[in-house]
Design a protein around this ligand. Structure first.
Ligand SMILES: O=C(O)CCC(=O)C(=O)O
Length: 271
């Protein structure tokens, strides 16, 4: 039994090796090679999948069918971006779902940072906050939304998750806010940090964390002017994290951003 199996395996290996050689010699470009590697993986040739090719029972066939669907077509995969953290607030780069969407300056998003229930509850909790008209029409920017400054006890999940992600002690967080934009409202281009020339109290914002509490279709994205521009869609539960200044208090001009004019109501929690 053992010997027969060995012989069977040796025949199989020879078959697989031959197919791989033929396959690779057919690929003249790097793209072709990459494509063939993916196809090989999808067909179960790669890694531990090799053995499965030999087995022709139905269960294995089903497994192979499943594997075929794993690799997305070329051109639809997003390559991983490595953040350049430099002299910025260190964060937990292993935080669940954390995705880097700009390397330098680093910008991150975290889908499902909040559950749907948390989003709905935060919107419903504004009566616990202190409402201010956040409308500002300064020379630098126009902000037409409404802000509620929230007591810390009213937003425990935001504090807990922000601390886990940023490792900043809760005492150092700015007062949490819930912000509502109605149709036509916006926060035009601005920086969250104060430029060195205007900063006379020494404090500055090391990180901005925004959580989108509802999905706003077709508008209401947060946009970074000089990063493409990079548009971050307002999707319910998703968090956006970036660093308006470095640890030594220097504001980062590349983080200029805006809350697009809304075509529908938009809610965010932030600090
Ligand atoms: O609403 C947004 O998408 C952006 C908010 C913002 O820019 C800010 O609060 O600093």
């Amino acid at each position: 039994m053992l010997k027969a199996q060995k012989k069977h395996h040796a025949q199989l290996l020879n078959g697989v090796t031959l197919m791989a050689i033929v396959f690779m010699s057919l690929c003249s470009t790097t793209d072709g090679l990459l494509r063939s590697c993916l196809v090989m993986q999808a067909k179960g040739f790669g890694g531990g999948g090799g053995g499965a090719v030999a087995n022709h029972d139905n269960g294995q066939k089903q497994k192979l069918e499943k594997k075929k669907t794993i690799a997305p077509p070329l051109g639809t995969r997003t390559p991983a971006i490595t953040p350049v953290m430099g002299n910025r607030l260190p964060i937990d780069l292993q935080y669940p779902n954390l995705r880097c969407i700009s390397a330098d300056p680093p910008v991150f998003e975290v889908p499902n940072f909040f559950t749907n229930e948390e989003c709905d509850r935060y919107i419903d909790s504004i009566s616990k906050g202190v409402e201010i008209q956040s409308q500002t029409y300064s020379a630098e920017s126009t902000r037409t939304s409404t802000t509620w400054y929230m007591p810390y006890v009213a937003v425990p999940e935001l504090l807990y998750k922000a601390k886990k992600l940023s490792r900043v002690p809760i005492e150092q967080f700015e007062e949490p806010q819930i912000v509502r934009y109605e149709i036509g409202q916006q926060f035009s281009w601005h920086y969250d940090a104060i430029p060195a020339s205007k900063n006379n109290n020494g404090g500055n914002r090391l990180a901005t964390l925004i959580v989108y509490l509802n999905t706003v279709n077709g508008s209401g994205a947060t946009v970074f002017k000089t990063l493409g521009p990079l548009q971050v869609k307002a999707e319910k539960g998703k968090a956006l994290l970036f660093f308006p200044c470095t640890l030594d208090g220097k504001s980062d001009d590349a983080t200029m951003h805006a809350g697009q004019v809304c075509m529908d109501t938009k809610w965010i929690a932030q600090m």
